[in-house]
Structures are given as structure tokens and as C-alpha cells.
Design a protein. Structure first.
Length: 190
């Protein structure tokens, strides 16, 4: 009697699929995923920690390639390798979009070196990285506003071969420590 009193189940409409759940907004998803990065790379990707790169304004393709290079071990940094390993390609793409759309600003870190001397030395870098350090090529990072200590470490790594790039090999080979500091100070001030 009980079962007989219940409404019969409605037949499922043939050919009607359940509506797909709404896709999350990539920018909001990127902001959420990037929250874990703020401790080292700064709120919104602007570094406040000397030696730590700013991520703000990086081209999404460059950011994604850098994350992949950390995952594969091509870029040598144990902490970033382990952190990047846990980031999905979708989260990496969303983070790249989030950082690319943030307002560029200088890293809030000190720099040693002579900016005027760095400007002269930067003339050789302008063809790839732009006159003032703003690259027009997605595969080449912009250097403007980047933390000076991070830039120094990156240049030393290219010079010593720890970071591999055929396009950086020749330009860094002739740089001494003073020139590296000057270049880094110039770009950090842009």
C-alpha cells in the first residue's frame, strides 16, 4: 500500500544530457592558485624578498614554459621543482594569466650596482629584452622591475652553465661580476 501511494518516477527524457557545470573563471582560478606563491613572490607577484623573482607581467607562454622547466628539472631549483610538480597544467595556465594581467611594478627590494653603467651595458640586451627591459617576444622574459639579486643569480647561472640557453650563452660570457650587478640594478629600476 505504501509503495502504491508514491508518485511514479518520471522517465528521463531521451537525448537530454545534464547541463555541464559552469567552468570556473580562469582569472579567479589563477588568483586562487597563485595565493600559495605570495609568501615568496609577493602579493600579486611583486617580490618583496631579495633574490626572489617577481612574477607580475610575465608573458603567459614564458611563465608556463618556466613552470614546465622547473617540473622537468631543466631549471635547477629543488624547492621550485617540488612545488611545480604539484601544479596542474590548467592551474599553471590560469596562474600565468593572472600574473600577466596584474599591473607591472618594480620589485620592492634593494639593488647594488650602478644604474647608469648598467644602462650602457644593457644596450646589448635590448634586441631581445627590449630597450627598457620590456620584451615584445613571449619566449623572452621582460627584465624591467625584476629583483636585482634574482637577476644577478640568473646571469651567473647562465654564465656558469647551470641555466642553459643558447641565446644567453654568448652575451653573458664576457660579463664580470661588476657588469652583472650594474645590469641588474638598471633593470630593477625600470
Amino acid at each position: 500500500a505504501y509503495y502504491g501511494s508514491l508518485e511514479p518516477p518520471r522517465p528521463a527524457a531521451a537525448g537530454l544530457a545534464k547541463p555541464a557545470p559552469p567552468k570556473p573563471d580562469p582569472l579567479q582560478a589563477g588568483k586562487a592558485a597563485a595565493a600559495a606563491c605570495a609568501g615568496c613572490h609577493g602579493e600579486g607577484g611583486i617580490s618583496k624578498t631579495p633574490g626572489m623573482p617577481s612574477l607580475v607581467g610575465l608573458d603567459p607562454k614564458y611563465f608556463a614554459a618556466a613552470m614546465q622547466a622547473y617540473k622537468s628539472g631543466e631549471r635547477k631549483n629543488d624547492m621550485m621543482k617540488s612545488l611545480a610538480a604539484g601544479v596542474s597544467d590548467a592551474d599553471s595556465a590560469n596562474m600565468a594569466l593572472y600574473y600577466a594581467l596584474q599591473k607591472p611594478a618594480r620589485a620592492q627590494t634593494p639593488s647594488a650596482g650602478d644604474q647608469a653603467a648598467g644602462k650602457k651595458a644593457a644596450a646589448a640586451c635590448g634586441a631581445c629584452h627590449g630597450d627598457q627591459g620590456v620584451s615584445g617576444n613571449p619566449a623572452t622574459p621582460s627584465l624591467a622591475g625584476q629583483d636585482a639579486q634574482y637577476q644577478e643569480a640568473a646571469l651567473q647561472a647562465y654564465k656558469q652553465g647551470a641555466r642553459k640557453s643558447e641565446s644567453m650563452k654568448a652575451p653573458v660570457s664576457s660579463l664580470d661580476e661588476k657588469a652583472i650587478k650594474n645590469l641588474s640594478a638598471f633593470y630593477a629600476a625600470q
